[in-house]
Ligand binder design. Structure first.
Ligand code: NAD
Length: 252
């Protein structure tokens, strides 16, 4: 059995979602003890139980990570369960569609709370432990749309641009402590989030395949493979990178 994360714990936010479940699965297969963190307790518990049934170590933690105290609790529970915080996949996110005039203030503020402030709170709670132990790896999920904005998603795109900047700043500040921070910028990936967005736009998932030079949109497992690589020692000299994973798709 591959064990590149043997003895390490990994917090995966949005662990009950499409990409998050795939990240939990991949990191567990590679030996990590997983904290499946999500606002959806029932699904998070199901994901954790499936991992346990396969012989992996996992716990589910229900948390609204837009709240500071909830993020601090996630880190405390991780330490209680597994004794260290080694890997952090800041993956949870929401996508509120709209331009500036159609979005509500609540859409805008909640997008920042869930997509960006959660990373600030959770990373701030986890980082002291990584600095103290002299190692750690963090992957923040941004988006291709944070680099090249697609129309009519100003809140989402702006939060993801901020995630990219947050990632590069963290990397600069904590590389000297041997804590590596990288970001991923996926194009479209087949998940519940994308299905909901496509439905709202009156399209089908298959319509999106034609927009990708590779001939199809991404699979959650493909994103999980990249996250696992960036969290692993194989990516030892990668710090502050924003890796696009898009099937060569350009945003229209
Ligand atoms: P998803 O909707 O399937 O999963 C997101 C998960 O985050 C859900 O399980 C949800 O319950 C959880 N979540 C939402 N708000 C939360 C909160 N306040 N506290 C805790 N958990 C919360 O979406 P996905 O497609 O798997 O997206 C995962 C990440 O990838 C997101 O950051 C998303 O922006 C990013 N992304 C997705 C795509 C895509 O095409 N699917 C493309 C680029 C980037």
């Amino acid at each position: 059995m591959c064990s590149r994360f043997s003895g390490k714990s990994a917090i995966v936010t949005g662990g009950a979602g499409g990409i998050g479940q795939a990240i939990c699965q991949k990191l567990a297969e590679d030996g990590a003890a997983i904290v499946v963190c999500d606002i959806q307790l029932e699904t998070a518990e199901k994901v954790a139980q499936e991992l346990i049934d396969k012989g992996h170590q996992a716990i589910a933690v229900a948390a609204d990570i837009s709240q500071k105290t909830e993020c601090e609790r996630v880190v405390e529970l991780t330490l209680q369960a597994f004794g260290s915080v080694d890997l952090l996949a800041n993956n949870a996110g929401i996508n509120r569609r709209g331009n500036l005039l159609s979005l509500t203030d609540e859409d805008w503020l909640t997008s920042f709370d869930v997509n960006l402030h959660s990373m600030y709170y959770l990373t701030k709670a986890a980082l002291p432990h990584m600095v103290e132990q002299g190692s750690g790896a963090i992957v923040n999920t941004a988006s291709q749309w944070g680099l090249y904005p697609a129309p009519n998603h100003i809140a989402y795109n702006t939060t993801k641009a901020a995630v990219a900047a947050f990632t590069q700043n963290l990397a600069r500040d904590y590389a000297p402590h041997n804590v590596r921070v990288n970001g991923i910028c996926p194009g479209e990936v087949h998940t519940p989030m994308l299905e909901a967005g496509v439905k709202r736009a009156g399209k089908n998932i298959s319509d999106l395949d034609a927009l990708v030079p590779f001939g199809r949109i991404g699979k959650p497992e493909e994103i999980a493979n990249l996250v696992a690589f960036l969290l692993s020692d194989e990516a030892a000299f990668m710090c502050g990178s924003l890796v696009e994973i898009t099937g060569a798709q350009a945003v229209a």
